[in-house]
Design a protein around this ligand. Structure first.
Ligand SMILES: [Zn+2]
Ligand SMILES: [Zn+2]
Length: 130
């Protein structure tokens, strides 16, 4: 199924500048009339025949990319799923703990505030009296 594409190699031509791909049924560029060449789909390098979509360099790079991508995705999914599970459990526990602390804290603060207000009032009274 690997079919080449054709491209215009004329550097002055808009089809070349826009990196247009032409169907193999085209022999000549519809824009400038120059004979079309088989080109690498990736880097637009001229190819000898229509058996490949990409030049050797791009083909091996694509293969590497695919393998690399596969590894990365598998790695991420594996680690991600586990981490996410742990994370959810952890957050669940923490939320409960935080809520308890928070409730206690509010109570504490309310008490302390009352106390602090009382202290301030007393001190204020004293200093006013000199
Ligand atoms: Zn052209
Ligand atoms: Zn290429």
């Amino acid at each position: 199924m690997a079919k080449a594409v054709k491209g215009c190699m004329n550097p002055e031509c808009i089809a070349n500048q826009e990196k247009s791909n032409f169907d193999l049924s085209y022999d000549h560029c519809p824009k400038c009339g120059l004979k079309l060449s088989y080109v690498c789909k990736d880097c637009r390098m001229e190819l000898d025949d229509d058996t490949k979509k990409c030049c050797l360099r791009c083909e091996s790079r694509r293969k590497d990319d695919r393998e690399q991508m596969g590894k990365v995705i598998v790695g991420k999914l594996g680690v991600g799923a586990k981490a996410l599970g742990d994370f959810a459990v952890d957050v669940g526990k923490k939320m409960t703990a935080i809520y308890d602390d928070f409730a206690d804290d509010i109570k504490d603060r309310a008490e302390k505030k009352k106390q602090a207000n009382a202290d301030t009032k007393n001190t204020g009274d004293l200093s006013d009296n000199g």
